[in-house]
Design a binder for this molecule. Structure first.
Ligand SMILES: [Zn+2]
Length: 440
C-alpha cells in the first residue's frame, strides 16, 4: 500500500501544473490590464496622471518575453520528465528455482587471503560467493548471473559497488543499479542520477532533466524579480496618488514575492549541487558518505594478485564474469573460466569524499549545463553527464579516484606518467567532442 506522503506527493504533482498555469494567466492579466492598459497607456479617470505609452509597452514586451522564456523552459523540463525521464527498465524477479536454492546447497567457500564482507544495506537475491571469482562452476541448471546485466559494469574501468564488489542492487526492480541511480518510490522505478521527485513538474528530476530544472527555476526567479519590481513600484505610486492600492497589483506583489523566494532558494541550491557534482539525494549524507568503488586492475598487475606473491596487494578483488550459480563441488572442479577476465580492486573513499567531483566547481557545472554559454542558457542540449557514448565509467570521475588508484598502485609505472596525464586530457576532450557530435 502506498505510504501517505507518497500519495500526497503524487496528488500535489497532479494539482500543481494546472495551478501554475492559472498563476501565469492571472499574472499576465494583472500586468496587461490593471497596470499597463488601465494605469499607464490609457489611465482611468481615477488616476490623475497622463498617458505613458512607452513605459506601458516596454513593460508589456519585457514581461511577455520573460513569461515565454519561463514557459518554454517549463515545457522543455516537462517534456524530458515525461518522455525521457531516465528510468531504468525493471528486470523480472528471480525464478522459483533460483529462490529455492538454499545457501546450504551451495558449495562452501574456500578460505582465501582476502575475506569477503557483505553489505547490509543492499540485500541481494543472487547470493553467490563472488570472491571465488572464476573458480566457480556451471552445471546443467546453472543460472548465469550475467543475464542480470553485469556485463555493462565490468566492461567499464570503474563503477560503484557493494563491499563485496558487485554493483549496487535494487531488490524492487530486480536489477543492478548503475552508478548514482536511485530507486524512486513515487514512480517505483530506478532512475539514473535521480535528483528528487518534483511535484512542481509532476515527475522525477534526474540526469536528463536537472539542467532544464536549473534553467526553469533561474528564469522563474528573473521573471518574479521583474514582476515584483513593477508591481511594487506602481503600487507605491498609486498609493501616493490616490491613497489606496490596486488589489490586483497587491496580489501581484504577494505572488511574485512568494514564487521569487521559492525559485531563489531552488536556484541557489541546485547550482550549489551542480557545482559540487552531487544530486539532492547524494547531498543528504555528503559529509559522511563512503563510496565503495570497483576499479579495474591493469593486466600488468594481474600476476601480482597471487597471494603468494611478494607484490600481493592489500585490497580485496573481484573477478568478472562471475561464475554461474547454483554450483556443485563436482561442477566447480570442471568449471572453465572465460578467457577474458576482468579483475577489479575494491576500494573505498574517505568519509565525505565525492568520486564524481571533478576538482573544480566550473568543471562540475559543465557536466550539468554544458560546455558553451549557449548550452548554459538555452534549454536545447542534454547535459554532458547524461552522455553515454564513452565507456570508461558511468560518469566522469575526479581526483578522488585518481588518488585511490595511485595509493593502490593501479596507476601506470612512473616513467609513463606524463603519457597518462596526456591520456586523461585526451579522454576529457574526447568526451567533450563526442558530446558535441551526439547533439549535432
Ligand atoms: Zn529500483
Amino acid at each position: 500500500m502506498a505510504r501517505p506522503d507518497r500519495r500526497v506527493n503524487l496528488a500535489v504533482a497532479r494539482t500543481i501544473p494546472p495551478f501554475l498555469l492559472c498563476v501565469c494567466v492571472y499574472a499576465s492579466y494583472i500586468v496587461t490590464k490593471p497596470l499597463c492598459i488601465d494605469y499607464l497607456i490609457r489611465p482611468l479617470p481615477k488616476y490623475s496622471r497622463g498617458s505613458r505609452v512607452g513605459a506601458g509597452i516596454a513593460i508589456l514586451v519585457i514581461f511577455y518575453i520573460l513569461i515565454v522564456v519561463v514557459i518554454i523552459t517549463y515545457l522543455r523540463l516537462l517534456y524530458n520528465i515525461t518522455r525521457n525521464p531516465g528510468f531504468l527498465p525493471r528486470s523480472s524477479p528471480p525464478t522459483k528455482e533460483e529462490q529455492e536454492t538454499e545457501p546450504s546447497e551451495r558449495p562452501q567457500r574456500r578460505k582465501r587471503k582476502h575475506r569477503r564482507t557483505r553489505t547490509a544495506e543492499k540485500p541481494d537475491k543472487t547470493d553467490i560467493d563472488i570472491e571465488r571469482g572464476a573458480d566457480g562452476n556451471a552445471d546443467g541448471g546453472a543460472i548465469p548471473l550475467d543475464i542480470t546485466g553485469l556485463e555493462s559494469f565490468y566492461t567499464k574501468d570503474v563503477f560503484v559497488c557493494q563491499e563485496d564488489g558487485r554493483p549496487l542492487y535494487c531488490s524492487t526492480c530486480c536489477r543492478y543499479k548503475p552508478d548514482r541511480a536511485h530507486h524512486c518510490r513515487e514512480v517505483d522505478r530506478c532512475v539514473l542520477k535521480m535528483d528528487h521527485f518534483c511535484p512542481w513538474v509532476g515527475g522525477v528530476v534526474s540526469e536528463t532533466s536537472f539542467k532544464f530544472f536549473i534553467q526553469f527555476v533561474f528564469y522563474t526567479l528573473i521573471f518574479c524579480v521583474f514582476s515584483l519590481i513593477i508591481c511594487a513600484t506602481f503600487t507605491a505610486e498609486i498609493i501616493q496618488d490616490t491613497g489606496g492600492a490596486n488589489v490586483h497589483l497587491a496580489i501581484g506583489i504577494g505572488l511574485s514575492s512568494l514564487f521569487g523566494l521559492f525559485s531563489f532558494g531552488m536556484t541557489i541550491s541546485s547550482l550549489q549541487l551542480a557545482m559540487w557534482n552531487l544530486s539532492t539525494i547524494e547531498n543528504l549524507n555528503r559529509r559522511s558518505a563512503v563510496w565503495t568503488l570497483a576499479i579495474r586492475v591493469p593486466d600488468r598487475m594481474l600476476a601480482r594478485l597471487n597471494p603468494e606473491s611478494r607484490w600481493a596487494p592489500t585490497f580485496r578483488t573481484i573477478t568478472y564474469p562471475l561464475p554461474p550459480v547454483p554450483l556443485s563441488p563436482e561442477a566447480a572442479r570442471d568449471y572453465q573460466p572465460p578467457e577474458k577476465q576482468h579483475v577489479f580492486a575494491i576500494l573505498q573513499t574517505l568519509p565525505g569524499e565525492n568520486p564524481f567531483d571533478l576538482g573544480s566547481p566550473f568543471k562540475n557545472l559543465q557536466q550539468v549545463l554544458g560546455y558553451s554559454i549557449i548550452d548554459w542558457f538555452l534549454p536545447l542540449k542534454q547535459s554532458p553527464c547524461a552522455d553515454r557514448t564513452t565507456g570508461d565509467s558511468f560518469y566522469e570521475l575526479g581526483p578522488v579516484v585518481s588518488r585511490l588508484k595511485k595509493e593502490a598502485g593501479l596507476n601506470p609505472p612512473p616513467e609513463s606518467q606524463p603519457t597518462t596525464q596526456n591520456d586523461t586530457e585526451r579522454k576529457h576532450k574526447r568526451r567533450r567532442s563526442s558530446h558535441r557530435q551526439s547533439h549535432e
